[in-house]
Design a protein. Structure first.
Length: 71
């Protein structure tokens, strides 16, 4: 990833939010990703469309909890 070159209009989005290990697991993945990329967005590992709808509130809570962390 250190050698990844993106066009200015391209946004890197990483699937770092996982339902199974919540905020703590997401923080660990964020810390690892920050070693290799300076600017990126976060997402779930497989989006929201294929999920059991009952998992979505927790995934949104995880997103919100980690959204403002300094990288």
């Amino acid at each position: 990833m250190r050698r990844l070159k993106l066009r200015p209009e391209t946004e890197l989005c990483l699937g770092l939010v996982h339902y199974t290990d919540g905020v703590e697991g997401t923080k660990q993945r964020l810390a690892t990703a920050a070693k290799y990329a300076d600017n990126f967005a976060i997402a779930t590992e497989c989006g929201f469309g294929r999920r059991d709808p009952s998992t979505i509130p927790e995934l949104l809570r995880i997103h919100a909890a980690v959204a403002d962390l300094d990288r």
